[in-house]
Design a protein around this ligand. Sequence first.
Ligand SMILES: Nc1ncnc2c1ncn2[C@@H]1O[C@H](COP(=O)(O)OP(=O)(O)OP(=O)(O)O)[C@@H](O)[C@H]1O
Ligand SMILES: [Mg+2]
Length: 390
Amino acid sequence: MIEKTKIIIMDRDETSRAILKDYINEIENTETAAEFLEYARAAEYAENNECIAVIDISDNEQKAIETIAEINKNNHNVKIIAISNKTTTETIIKTMRAGAKEFITKPVTKTQFINTIKELSASSKALAGDNSCKIISTFSNKGGIGKTSVAVNLAVEIAEMTKEKTALIDLNLQLGDVSTFLDLTPSFDVCYVVNNLANIDKTNITNALTRYKNTSLYVIADPINIENSKEITSEQIKALILELKKTFSYIIIDVGTNIDAKTITALDMSDLILLCAIVNLPAVRNIQRCMNLFKKLNYPQEKIKLVLNRYMENEEIKTTDIEEVVNQKVFWKIPNNYLTMMSAINKGVPVNLINPEANISVNFRDFASKVTDYLITQNIKKNSDSGFVL
Ligand SMILES: Nc1ncnc2c1ncn2[C@@H]1O[C@H](COP(=O)(O)OP(=O)(O)OP(=O)(O)O)[C@@H](O)[C@H]1O
Ligand SMILES: [Mg+2]
């Protein structure tokens, strides 16, 4: 017998609950497992059962969002659909960031609701293909720009802020240094993981990665042996990323500088490419070259974001000049702070641990919010364009 997908409803409005129950009745292999009038009771159920939780956030938005965050923290198997009669972009972002998978505006229409439930129950059954994992790459075709510094500090902050499982992959197969930046002694490197992917217990793939301290960040380290790394194929990289997508909410890839098949595979699979540059003439030319490459690869504009690293106020070349030349807005600027950055690298810690109040540490925290907010907004846009939700 096929096990039915359990759906719970937390909505104080009786009529609204009755309508939702009617919709659920029409979906094959689903059932309304419970109804709640209190957030705490709904949370108690959802934290202990695999289900889809439909939570009305209109009544007490703050409390509802806290409840969603709590459920999400304590039970990753629950898929939360937030419903509300008040829809502002800010509310949607806060709700999704707390862990809701979808947001539907009230009155909830039948087609929207049924499609959403079908989509979510399919993704919980066939874990693969779940689009909730977001892949972020740091890229530059020039060395020494700060790609690794950006990837490492951003990954630490995203994991800290979201508490979601975050993977950091070092794809600099010749000269990787992510493990040095975080002072990790990995048991396995990227070569081992890709070569043994078939034998690794997929339900516990985190065991093949190196956990960064007691956080939700897991690292796939740079190859210990450069010779072995030459054997890695782009197909293996693809298989690895697809496998990680099933477990992780965010994957951050420090992509190599060489434009080869492996780099392109990683870039193709990314939801967001952070094109890193510094402010000088050769770097601006390089941005142009990369933009041309992305154009050839048919990447949509919204997938590429320009990040200026080591930025100093009063730069000779103005940000607006760069934007005009490369026809791309600057997404983020990271201040030049050599002392804090060098000290962090030398000690093998993120900048936040050197000095949380330093401009660069504050900047990375804000950057993590900006990136995750952007990805959530893109997701909402994609879903609404396809008529899925909203
Ligand atoms: N925002 C910053 N302020 C000051 N110095 C920085 C900043 N970001 C990076 N650096 C310095 O720039 C140097 C290169 O950084 P990093 O290794 O991250 O660059 P990369 O692009 O990954 O280089 P590679 O091409 O060798 O992989 C490091 O010495 C680092 O301390
Ligand atoms: Mg690097």
